[in-house]
Each structure stands twice: as C-alpha cells, then as structure tokens.
Design a protein around this ligand. Structure first.
Ligand code: 4IP
Length: 144
C-alpha cells in the first residue's frame, strides 16, 4: 500500500523581520493603504508610513510639551500637538543624528544643531532609541 502523508504541512512562515524598516515595496503600499483609511495622523505625518509612534514630553528650556512623536519612512521624526492636532515640527534627519538613552524614560536625540530632550512617560525610551538607530543604520549605513 502507498504511504499516505497524514501530517499537515507546515505553513510557509514569513521571513523573520530584522528591523522595523525591513519592508518590501508591497508591504509598504499595503500598510500605507490601511494607514490612509484608519489613522487620524495620516495627513499630519505627510502621508509617510508610520513605523513607530507614541506620546512623549519634549523639553525645551524650563518647560515640556506633550507631543505625539512619529518615526516614519522618509525617514522623518515628526512631532504633533495631540490636542490641537497640529504638526509642530520635525527633528531633522542626517547621518549625524544620534540617540542616547539616559534611563527608561528619558532619551536624547542629538542633531548637529540641537539636542532634543524627550521623555516617554510610559518608560519605553530604550525602544525609541532602538527603532531610531535601526532606521538610521538602514538609511545611512553603519558608522565608520
Ligand atoms: C516652546 O515653548 C515649545 O517647547 C516649542 O515646542 C518649542 O519649539 C519652542 O522652542 C519653545 O519655546 P513654549 O510652548 O513654552 O513657549 P513645540 O513646537 O513642540 O510646541 P520646537 O518645535 O523648536 O521644539 P523654539 O526655540 O523652537 O521656539
């Protein structure tokens, strides 16, 4: 009698993602279509695909402002006033951009002209630093 394969085949597993920015053009388009449909932030981030987002307190001088921070394709790091729903600015990307976690809540984004003092009240500063560094390496390559 012929042997019959009774064991179900393993499903084809998607390739393991090495980073949040490791997306095929098809995946980008698919996710952008969903974002355009479902995200109230889509136009505020100038229709760029959001890779990571969250509330942070951005300190400037004595005071801090609560902002939604968006790491998007481009890349961009936009910050939005979540109450007025206004794009307030963006942290300029360059090969010199550097993140520095201070502790679980506070992290710095160093740029040639300014250091941004950011605080994640939820304590995910390290995740922010990891994501930004991944995007930096993907965009500009490893540091010499
Ligand atoms: C503001 O302080 C806010 O922190 C602004 O942040 C900041 O602009 C201003 O810095 C700073 O003076 P007050 O609201 O207490 O006046 P946001 O733009 O997120 O509202 P940026 O965008 O540069 O951090 P200046 O120096 O950029 O005006």
């Amino acid at each position: 009698a012929e042997a019959i394969e009774t064991r179900p085949r393993e499903p084809v597993r998607p390739r393991k993602k090495s980073s949040i920015i490791d997306l095929s053009p098809g995946e980008v388009n698919e996710r952008l279509a969903i974002q355009a449909r479902e995200s109230k932030w889509h136009n505020l981030v100038q229709k760029n695909l959001i890779l990571k987002s969250g509330l942070v307190d951005k300190r400037k001088g004595l005071f801090a402002r609560r902002r939604m921070l968006f790491l998007t394709l481009g890349p961009h790091l936009y910050y939005v006033d979540p109450v007025d729903m206004v794009l307030k600015g963006e942290i300029p990307w360059s090969p010199e951009l550097r993140v520095e976690p201070k502790n679980f809540k506070i992290f710095f984004v160093h740029t040639p002209n300014r250091t941004y003092y950011l605080e994640d009240p939820e304590g995910y500063a390290l995740e922010w630093c990891k994501a930004i560094e991944e995007v930096r390496i993907h965009t500009y390559g490893l540091r010499p």
